[in-house]
Design a protein. Structure first.
Length: 193
């Protein structure tokens, strides 16, 4: 069954694609491509494709797919968050902040994506302790996207390491080398993606 008016595939078809993807990511991407021939304006399909392409380390295609998902449905909040997160882990902090800006107005205070954005904004500003606090708060209320909690936990662990080396207010590592959010993310992007 399809929702022809909205040019969206059925939820059952999305579930079938997810089941295929759980077994074989490349087969999942192929299933998405097949569905996109019938439903080229289904933002959910572009979002899923972008997410899977990240896992396959096909970053340029992933970025294109995530951007298309947000373009097609600016209110698909998880796609907008993921686009910004991808940009941040690619060293494009300004682009990430711009991608997330609409989320700040669209989501209620206390929403897990709002808290994750807040935490990552702290990270960009090298405020590691508030970053940890916001990410933890987001993880506590995130009941719908467990894999995202795993990504946030990786960031928390790295921030803890940095705080242990630097202390809560220093911006220099023990050897005097500056630590920035961009270098932090670039150093861990392989684990996050």
């Amino acid at each position: 069954m399809t929702d022809a008016l909205n040019n969206r595939c059925s939820d059952a078809q999305i579930q079938e694609i997810l089941a295929i993807s759980a077994q074989d990511t490349l087969a999942g991407i192929a299933a998405i491509d097949t569905a996109l021939r019938d439903f080229p304006k289904d933002a959910r399909l572009h979002f899923l494709k972008g997410s899977m392409l990240i896992g396959e380390k096909r970053f340029i295609a992933a970025h294109t797919a995530l951007r298309e998902a947000v373009r097609l449905d600016p209110e698909l909040h998880i796609a907008r968050f993921q686009l910004g997160f991808f940009e941040l882990t690619s060293g494009e902090a300004d682009a990430a902040l711009a991608s997330w800006q609409p989320l700040k107005a669209a989501l209620p205070a206390g929403h897990y994506l709002q808290l994750f954005v807040e935490g990552l904004e702290h990270l960009v500003a090298d405020r590691f302790a508030p970053c940890i606090e916001s990410l933890r708060a987001g993880m506590e209320v995130n009941a719908e996207n467990a894999p995202l909690n795993g990504d946030m936990q990786l960031i928390i662990e790295r921030c803890r390491e940095l705080l242990g080396e630097q202390g809560p207010t220093a911006s220099e590592s023990g050897d005097g080398e500056a630590v920035s959010a961009t270098s932090f993310l670039l150093g861990t992007s392989r684990r996050l993606n």
